[in-house]
Design a protein around this ligand. Sequence first.
Ligand code: NAI
Length: 351
Amino acid sequence: MKVLMVLYAGGEAAAHEPRLLAAAENALGLRPFLEAAGHRVVAITEKEAELDRQLADTDVLVTTPFWPAYVTRARIAAAPKLKLVLTAGVGSDHVDLAAAAERGITVAEITGSNVVSVAEHAVMQMLTLVRNYLPAYRQVVEGKWDIAAAAARSHDLEGKTVGIVGAGRIGQRVAIRLKGFDVDVLYYDFRRLTTVEEAFLQIDYALLDDLIPRCDVITLHCPLTPQTDGLFGKERLAAMKPGAYLVNTARGKLIDTNALADAMRSGHLAGYAGDVWYPQPAPSDHPWRQMPNHALTVHVSGTTLEAQARYAAGIKDCLTRFFAGRPIERDYIIVEGGQVVSPSYRMAYTK
Ligand code: NAI
């Protein structure tokens, strides 16, 4: 079978770091395994014209959220042999899930593979914003020493209220990591946790529009679905406390791009951070790049070297099972048998 991988370019970094498995040069470390079994591996970085050229005879498509191949309805139609789409990582919104279901294509991702990596990044970015880290760092490299300028926007996280939107694998790990900071934590999820889970995590439930005005920091951890697309538009951003911070390591499209840039320019929000954009890669004139008081990174939180090892192993497991005609790990399945079956996505696709 032909396995097409769309992965980011490794360049110089991949030449020196063999653990950079998700670089196209390294093809998730799976080339020997696949070729020994008689399969053909094509790993590309170009995800428009070259992707379109490769689709006609592709059986399995592997892509990542960091350098997403947008698997649109048109691309699915152009890939008549496509049976399996795998996300090396977590979050399969770059695939048109409804179109995949209609075609009977299985979509799976490596659930859990990078949840710790993202939770650490989200907490790091929360602190980066609240402590005003980047301007203070910048003073160092620019040869300056202006304590007042840095301290005037620097706070303790202790005693603040943090809101977690989406209390799944990542949201819960953020809550666990926040326990040491003596903050009050609220959460919203369309599936409320049990009383025991809430007590263990030390978090209280609130509906989204009740949570928003109560929080000093909000961190997003729900998937991008037709229900959450634009979840934070102009009105919800305006409903946030003046001077609050927003962190988004979930998906760029959860937030209205221009409404956020306006809220940052007006000073209504004190800071924004995260690592997810739409589209990816973000164009050089993406409005978020030049917003004041942001601490954004490129989409890197879920692709630490440890995360790459975990999701590469997960992709190998999926392929091994698929070629042997055995079921893929239940927790990994997003679309199967013509249905969106993942609990985190299902509701948005059920009529
Ligand atoms: P998960 O499936 O364990 O948790 C998602 C939670 O969101 C679930 O509890 C679900 O009930 C909730 N949810 C779904 N729709 C909702 C809605 N409309 N309103 C409120 N809550 C809703 O997923 P996990 O592993 O925690 O990942 C969450 C998201 O984080 C992924 O879907 C992905 O978009 C993003 N992610 C980003 C990464 C990065 O590198 N920046 C890496 C991994 C995930």
